[in-house]
Ligand binder design. Structure first.
Ligand code: 5GP
Ligand code: ZN
Length: 135
C-alpha cells in the first residue's frame, strides 16, 4: 500500500510539501515541481505501485478519471485549448519516480513541448510482423 522510501507516497501522506489541487478517496493531484508548461500537474493513486504495469486496475481507473477531471479543469481555468496526458512506464521510457503517475500538461500555442519522434510512414510488412507478435 505504501513504500516508506517513495517520494510520492510522502507527498500523498502530507509528509513532504506539494501544491495539491485535487484529492479524493483513491487519488491525489498536485503540481509538478519542474513544469513542462504552466499548470503541469501529476495525478497519482494514493496506493503505491511502481508503475502502470504493477497498478491495481481500480487505482489505475481512478487515476485516469482524475486526470480527465484535471484536464477539464485546466481547459476551463487556464483557457488552454489542448492538454497532453503522459505516462512513463519504466526507466527505459523516461520514468524517474517509481510511483505510478499521469502527467497532465496544458498546452499553449507558443510552448516548448514537441513530439519525441518524427512521424514518418513505416514499412507495412514490419508493422504486420510486429503486430503478429502482439496478438
Ligand atoms: P517521470 O519522469 O517519472 O515521468 O515524472 C516524474 C515527475 O515528478 C517529473 O516531472 C518531476 O518534475 C516531478 N517531481 C520530481 N520530484 C518532485 C517533487 O519533489 N515534487 C513534485 N511536485 N514533483 C516532483
Ligand atoms: Zn509510492
Amino acid at each position: 500500500m505504501r513504500d516508506p522510501d517513495c517520494l510520492f507516497c510522502k507527498i500523498v501522506a502530507g509528509e513532504l510539501p506539494s501544491q495539491r489541487v485535487y484529492e479524493d478517496d483513491l487519488t491525489v493531484a498536485f503540481m509538478d515541481i519542474n513544469p513542462a508548461t504552466p499548470g503541469h500537474m501529476l495525478v497519482v493513486p494514493r496506493a503505491h505501485s511502481e508503475d502502470l504495469l504493477a497498478a491495481e486496475p481500480r487505482d489505475l481507473e481512478a487515476a485516469i478519471v482524475t486526470a480527465q477531471r484535471q484536464a477539464r479543469v485546466a481547459k476551463e481555468r487556464l483557457g488552454v485549448e489542448g492538454v497532453n496526458l503522459l505516462n512513463s512506464c519504466g526507466a527505459a521510457a523516461w520514468q524517474t519516480v517509481f510511483h505510478l503517475h499521469i502527467h497532465v500538461i496544458p498546452r499553449y500555442p507558443d510552448d516548448q513541448m514537441r513530439l519525441p519522434w518524427t512521424p514518418a510512414p513505416g514499412q507495412l510488412d514490419e508493422i504486420a510482423a510486429v503486430a503478429a507478435r502482439l496478438r
